[in-house]
Design a protein around this ligand. Sequence first.
Ligand code: GLU
Length: 414
Amino acid sequence: MAFNLWHNALELFDNVSKKINLDEVAHKRLSKCVRELTVSIPVKLDNGGFEVFTGYRVQHNIHRGPSKGGIRFHPDVTLDEVKALAMLMTWKCAVVGIPYGGAKGGVICDPAKMSIGEIEKLARRYTSEIITIIGPEKDIPAPDMNTNPQVMAWIMDTYSMDKGYVVPGVVTGKPISIGGSQGREEATGRGVMYTTLNTLKHFNMDIEHTSVVIQGYGNVGKATAELLYKEGCKIVGVGDVYGSICNPHGLDITKLSKHWADTGSVIKYKDADSVENKDLLELECDVLIPAALEGQIREDNAEKIKAKIIIEAANGPVTPGADNILRQKNICVVPDILANAGGVTVSYFEWVQGLQSYFWSKREVNLKLRDIITKAFYDVLAISEKENVDMRMASYMLAVGRVAEAVKIRGLYP
Ligand code: GLU
C-alpha cells in the first residue's frame, strides 16, 4: 500500500486507544480533525506569468487550548499529510504539557524554484486566505519545512495590517526584532540534544564514546549536530538532499557547518567519504537521528539499521511496519512527539513573552526548555517501564490520555 501519513497516524491512534481503553466518544472525536481548510493562492510570477497554488490549514484539536503547528512549503504537501501532522501536534503539545491543541499548514510549491519576492507574495496571500481561522487565541502558526523567521514576519505583518494593530502572538518563530524569542531557531535541535542525552544516561552510555548519524542538515539536523558535537558525541555521518558523507573517526562539525554555510550542502566536505543517501541510515553507529522528511525508515530498510537508539527529530520518520521490525531488533525508538517537541515548547515561550511584552534571556529560555523536555522524557519512561511498552506507545498513552481527559471534562456542545 502506498505510504500515507494520515493512515499511519490513525493506525497508531487506534492502537493506543485500545491500550488505554479510550471511551468511544473521545475516540470518534479525536479520529477527525475539527477544521480542514483548503485555499487557492493566486500569485503573479516574476516572469509575467501567473500561478494558483493550493494551500491547507488543518486544526486537529482545540480542547486543551488554541491549536498550534507549523506551515510547510513543499512540492509533496497533501491534505492527508497536513491532517496527520496536525494530529501529531495535538499529541506533541500534550506530551510536554503545554496548553495547545494541534494544527498544521502546508502549501504545494517548490520554494527552491521561486524568487524571494514570489515566496513573500505566496506567504502573504496564503495568510490572507486563512486569516479567519488563525489568531493568538485561535490557531498559531510557526515555521516548518522550508519556512523560516522571515516567512513568519510576513505572516505577522499581513495579519497585523488586516487588524490595524500589531499582533505578535499570531505566529511564533519570528525574528527577535519583532518579538521572537531567544533560542527559538535552534530550539528543536536543542530539544533533540536534551532527549538524546537523557536517553544515553538511561542506558548508561558514555557521551564521549557515542557515535551518531544524522539524516538532514537543515534547521533541525544542523543544530542537533552542532549541539551534540559540543557535548562530546562523535558525529560519524550526516546527509542532506544533495548527498551524504561519513567519517568513522568523527566529523569536525564546526568545520563542516562552515563548509555548509559556504556551499549550501554537506557534500564535498574534504575530511569525509561520500555515501549514498539510502546507505546513510544503515551506517554503523550508536544513535541514528532522522531529521528530514517522514517515512524514511520503512519495512524495506528497517532490518538493515545498525543503530541501538533512534531519536526521531523529524515528524513521522519511521512507518508503523518499520516500528515493529525495530522493536523486534530491540532498537529503542524515542518518538517524534517527545524528541522534537523543543521547537513548539519554545514557540509557547515566545507566545507567552509576546502576550506579556516581557522578554526572557537565552539562558532562561534554554533552562526552561531543558526542564520541560526532561520532565516529559521521565514521565514517558515511567509509563514505558510500568506498562512494559515502548517509548512511542508510552508517549501516546500519556498524550492521548491528557487530551481525552480534556474532551471528557469539557463535554459536548450543545
Ligand atoms: N513545526 C514544528 C513542529 O513540527 C514547530 C511547531 C510550532 O512551533 O508551533 O513541531
